[in-house]
Design a protein around this ligand. Structure first.
Ligand SMILES: *Cc1c(COP(=O)(O)O)cnc(C)c1O
Length: 398
């Protein structure tokens, strides 16, 4: 497979691992049966889905029946949040999500607000970590569900889920705890018992699996209202013929990611810290967003003052170097990232942030190439906008 050598957007999408593609091919070719068919051709497909469910459950330390396969991370998040709130409305009407969630969590929460539920936003500190005291204050007896992401896809900050779930339980509020783990797979421990979560979402394309397939862990006994109707698949919680090849590919990708987790995390943490030190040391008025230590091994999020994130992204893209500003889903809009704003920065500062994410193919010389070009790009763009530079130096204001 041809890998783009200067790709630094692994948080948006990863290439399909060759091992994963190999596992999928038979299910795109000869094993074309419908898992719901009673005959032998169907049974082969059904067995492949159930084997993948077992593999997934083994890694999450749960029972196979507690895994629902979905059409990706967004669907898993929607099913957890909308499905969890609607099925448990008798318990109360409050849903809590953090200010730095992915849109796949924020927007279902916004939809629920329009439907008459009470949506509350849990703030984070300037390092991106959940403010536990503020969270405690907004959890009440009527809280049905709390959704806080495991690791953030933009600034890479890792939350202490164990501590948060213990805190929630101590409040005796009975709230369900969901975590969006889309950015965490391949880096962090996914044991749902240790984490103390009731619902957990992830997406195959974020860990070298295929696009359009994901999963939701649902603790036994937790009720969910389905988002769709029309079949018995996934115990009617996600009707429709299963994406057999996708599910097989996701399970293979998950096994591979678990196997490589330790060595790959160590390798990329070193590269990440090297790159951060070089950027902050060699580019004036630049700083790191998010906690310096409690962050994903592959995540670098930097604000560079007196330039626009989009400007430097385009400059680099013209040279075949691919980075991102904020998350891929919003980079078409010119609104600054809600995540950077949630850290307490102004719009102007938020506009100057860029995300550089590393993965399996990233080597040290790729990073050096990126940083050399980043420096040149920043100098070029700053020369272009002397007015902004003066303003931010405080010398001219009108
Ligand atoms: C990518 C991502 C999603 C959405 O997953 P899709 O597979 O694109 O639907 C949700 N949450 C986070 C944190 C993500 O990184």
């Amino acid at each position: 497979m041809k890998i783009k050598s200067h790709y630094f957007d692994y948080a948006a999408a990863t290439p399909l691992a060759p091992e994963v593609l190999r596992a999928m091919i038979p299910h795109l070719k000869e094993n074309y049966g419908n898992p719901s068919s009673f005959h032998y051709v169907g049974k082969e497909a059904r067995d492949a889905v159930e084997k993948s469910r077992k593999i997934t459950a083994g890694i999450l330390n749960c029972a196979p029946e507690e895994i629902i396969f979905t059409g990706g991370g967004t669907e898993a998040d929607n099913l957890a949040i909308i499905g969890g709130m609607k099925a448990n409305g008798a318990r109360g009407d409050r849903v809590i999500v953090s200010a730095i969630e992915h849109h796949a969590v924020l927007e279902p929460a916004g939809y629920l607000r329009k439907e008459g539920f009470e949506t509350k936003i849990a703030p984070v500190g300037s390092d991106g970590l959940i403010d536990l005291n503020k969270l405690k204050k907004i959890i009440n007896k009527k809280t049905v569900l709390v959704s806080l992401m495991y690791a953030n896809n933009e600034i890479g900050v890792i939350q202490d889920l164990k501590r948060i779930s213990k805190t929630i339980k101590k409040l005796y509020c009975n709230a369900l705890f969901h975590t969006d783990a889309c950015a965490a797979v391949g880096w962090l421990d996914l044991d749902v018992e240790k984490l103390g979560v009731d619902l957990l979402s992830f997406s195959a394309q974020k860990f070298y699996g295929p696009k359009g397939v994901g999963a939701l862990y649902v603790r036994r006994g937790v009720k969910l209202q389905p988002l769709m109707y029309g079949g018995f698949q996934e115990k009617t919680r996600r009707p429709g013929t299963e994406n057999v090849a996708g599910i097989v590919g996701m399970a293979a990708a998950l096994e591979l990611a678990e196997r490589r987790k330790k060595s790959e995390s160590a390798r990329l943490s070193r590269l990440r810290d090297y790159a951060i030190a070089r950027i902050l040391g060699e580019i004036s008025k630049s700083f790191l967003n998010g906690h310096p230590k409690k962050r994903l091994p592959g995540n670098i999020n930097i604000t560079i003052l007196d330039i626009e994130g989009e400007g430097i992204m385009s400059y680099l893209a013209e040279r075949g170097i691919f980075i991102s500003t904020g998350s891929a889903c919003v980079s078409e809009s010119l609104d600054p990232s809600h995540v950077i704003l949630a850290l307490g920065y102004s719009y102007e500062v938020a506009h100057g942030s860029v995300r550089i994410t590393l993965g399996r193919e990233t080597k040290k010389n790729d990073l050096d190439f990126l940083i050399d070009n980043l420096k040149r790009g920043v100098e070029f763009l700053r020369r272009l906008s002397p007015v902004r530079l003066k303003m931010s130096n405080g010398r001219t204001s009108s």
